[in-house]
Design a protein around this ligand. Structure first.
Ligand code: ADP
Ligand code: ADP
Ligand code: MG
Length: 465
């Protein structure tokens, strides 16, 4: 293994996850952290830790020079970016390589190509992958864009080419709105992502979000089956599953194969996810974007395939060829993940940082909890509110749902309010039990069920107050 020491350029639960994968491969670890994160779990368990700056991400987790200096000072030979932060920043990947270090992910050029969502659509179409009807590349002329929008049919989605995390998306219901929103979306994208490029897509109504995990070594690419992430709030996933019960075997095969084909067409190297919308009514699927990094919900794929995806991406970065052929990747049973955030689901998901004064962690057969918690840990207010992910596996979806209920009943986090009660409530929803959902299902359900969630919080002692 040409990687002997890996620097983790991230925080929270994903930093812990990366350290574990490195250790399992016999690799030493360096954890960088901001002033606000000196006490985080990843710092406690890493071999070494380096402070890289103040709490503001721009001055620490997004500071390329500070991270490269930490790598040099500790003689690390590789950097894992996790998700968010610099994970999809092509310039960062290039700077890491230029410093003579291994970036655990695709090349800067591949990140730039697939990270530009408008360019990625063009690439997908070239590889024969169906895309949502929309513009070819970014919009350069507003009159032409307005004509195209009318031709596609309203409502249309205006998306930032550099967007992510559910941000930078607007919906125009008619031509007048389009004329108003498109320039706004562009200047907002410029401010938020440093790139004002926008493109348009037809709105696929009542679609499911289905995505495919891929692994590739620059020559070959394989898929590791699909995940369904249709339960979303503000276009962010809150609950994910593998496999999707919405697909018949033939559609599954076509969808998953198309993702591997796309990865192969760009000489992709590393782990990645190809995201699609799936229309139950027609059985059609449409490419929406590719995420060139490990994703939050990767554990559900690990649970059904038995793979260590983070370990595989480190091996690929170290220069190993893919260790599996497509036929080796079997899927067994059903897995569900729920995202535990330090937020109050009965109070418009208000962030709830604070100190953990008591902690019961669920374990036992088929339960995995990837988290950043320990008794006495103070959750800082500066970052994403994800505390961890509770993941279950069962022989089928019904068994996984039952097991999720059991694991949630065992979980107790004192001192914080978390999204746990939301999932207890969701487990009682008929549409969730039958998986009759789409990406717009959760928001109205939340409006109608806030009282149920609040009651559950009281009976389960899920609130800090
Ligand atoms: P996943 O499918 O892995 O959840 P997301 O798109 O939700 O993918 O992103 C994962 C994490 O990265 C989230 O914490 C999200 O807020 C963050 N993120 C992704 N893209 C961006 C971006 N362009 N700007 C800021 N944060 C981002
Ligand atoms: P991000 O880069 O922020 O993750 P995506 O393009 O992946 O953005 O879209 C995020 C979510 O927005 C999707 O999971 C889906 O719920 C919704 N969405 C995106 N494109 C469309 C579309 N064309 N029609 C309907 N919903 C969409
Ligand atoms: Mg996405």
């Amino acid at each position: 293994m040409p990687i002997r020491k890996l620097l983790v350029a991230n925080r929270g639960e994903i930093a812990v996850r990366v350290i574990r994968a490195a250790r399992d491969l016999g690799i030493a670890t360096v954890q960088v952290h901001s002033d606000a994160d000196a006490e985080m779990l990843a710092v406690r368990i890493a071999d070494e830790a380096v402070n890289i700056g103040p709490p503001q991400a721009a001055k620490s987790y997004l500071d390329t020079q500070a991270i490269l200096k930490a790598a040099k000072d500790t003689r690390a030979d590789a950097i894992h970016p996790g998700y968010g932060f610099l994970s999809e920043n092509g310039s960062f990947a290039t700077a890491v390589a230029d410093a003579g270090l291994i970036f655990v992910g695709p090349s800067g050029d591949t990140i730039n190509l697939m990270g530009d969502k408008a360019a990625a659509r063009v690439q997908a179409a070239k590889a024969g992958v169906p895309t949502v009807p929309g513009s070819d590349g970014v919009i350069s002329d507003m009159d032409e864009a307005a004509r195209l929008a009318a031709e596609i049919g309203f409502p249309v989605m205006i998306k930032a080419a550099a967007g992510g995390g559910g941000r930078g998306i607007r919906i125009a219901e008619n031509a007048e709105e389009f004329r108003k929103l498109a320039p706004q979306a562009s200047s907002e994208a410029k401010a938020a992502f440093g790139d004002g490029g926008i493109y348009i897509e037809k709105v696929i109504e009542k679609a499911r979000h289905i995505e495919v995990q891929i692994l590739a070594d620059g020559i070959d690419a394989i898929h590791c089956w699909e995940r369904e992430c249709s339960l979303q709030r503000r276009r962010q996933k809150v609950w994910e599953e593998a496999p999707s019960t919405a697909l018949d075997p033939d559609t599954r095969e076509k969808l998953c194969t198309s993702a591997a084909d796309l990865a192969r067409s760009v000489g992709y190297k590393g782990a990645g996810t190809v995201e699609y919308l799936f229309d139950d009514a027609t059985g059609d699927f449409y490419f929406i974007e590719m995420n060139t990094r490990i994703q939050v919900e990767h554990p559900v794929t690990e649970m059904i395939t038995g793979l260590d995806l983070v370990g595989e991406m480190i091996r690929i970065a170290a220069g190993e060829p893919l260790r599996f052929t497509q036929a080796d990747i079997a899927a067994r049973g059903h897995s569900i993940e729920v995202r535990l955030n330090a937020e109050d689901p009965a109070n418009n998901f208000m962030p709830f940082p604070g100190m953990i004064s008591g902690l019961d962690i669920p374990t036992g057969p088929g339960v995995r909890f990837d988290h950043m918690l320990y008794h006495g840990y103070g959750v800082p207010p500066f970052y994403d509110s994800l505390l961890g992910k509770l993941i279950v596996h069962g022989e089928n979806r019904e068994a996984a749902l039952t097991r999720l209920g059991r694991a949630l009943a065992e979980l107790r986090i004192d001192g914080l309010t978390t999204t746990a009660a939301l999932f207890e409530a969701l487990l009682t929803a008929d549409d969730v039990r039958s998986n009759m959902v789409h990406t717009k299902w959760l928001e109205p359900w939340l409006e109608a069920n806030t009282d149920t969630i609040a009651k559950l919080q009281l009976t389960e002692g899920d609130t800090a107050a």
